[in-house]
Ligand binder design. Structure first.
Ligand code: AMP
Length: 173
């Protein structure tokens, strides 16, 4: 945990609260990779690979969020309908013809910057999802993965542990 994060943590402990999604976004940034619903699944796969991410937020027209597409959706499409891999093996140059809008999940679960990390983890566990786009005043304000949340939680627990040890050692001198 860097000095800035330690300060934020101390600030939160002072308020009696745990880390929030906003604290994670301050470190990782608020960039969200998006793609238009009318693009092909093939293009979404290329974008996921280029950015080394597992989920892409799907938008339409003026940028309104209308869905989310993750590795899981692509895998399901491949397993259930897509003949692209077979065609590829046979030397046929066809690419996956599916459009993102036919494969994405439309009922998007969003997080809020003020959500506690533990609450966000519970929401993701309950909904069996590993990605949580963050909305603030109706606009995309970032995205966190289950990995980001677990990492933040572990760092917070380690720092708390160190503070407790320092306190106990100080009290026994
Ligand atoms: P994931 O575990 O994030 O790869 O996603 C598993 C399934 O849940 C996929 O069908 C995703 O489209 C869907 N999914 C992932 N994140 C969300 C989210 N925030 N809201 C709604 N569905 C989601």
């Amino acid at each position: 945990m860097g000095a800035q994060e330690q300060l934020r943590w101390v600030h939160h402990v002072g308020k009696g609260a745990g880390m929030q999604i906003a604290d994670i976004l301050k470190s990782k940034g608020t960039t969200v990779v998006t793609i238009d619903a009318g693009r092909s699944v093939n293009e979404a796969i290329r974008r996921l690979n280029a950015h080394r991410i597992g989920a892409i937020v799907v938008t339409e027209g003026d940028g309104a969020v209308i869905g989310i597409l993750t590795e899981r959706d692509v895998l399901r499409e491949c397993g259930e309908r897509c003949t692209h891999l077979e065609a590829h093996l046979k030397g046929d140059g066809r690419v996956c013809p599916a459009e993102i809008r036919d494969v994405m999940t439309t009922d998007v679960v969003f997080g809020n910057p003020d959500d506690d990390v533990l609450v966000a983890m519970a929401v993701m566990t309950k909904n069996r999802i590993r990605h949580l786009p963050v909305l603030q005043a109706g606009r995309l304000a970032g995205i966190v993965s289950i990995g980001d949340l677990v990492n933040a939680h572990v760092q917070e627990a380690e720092f708390e542990n160190r503070m407790m040890k320092d306190y106990i050692q100080g009290a026994t001198y």
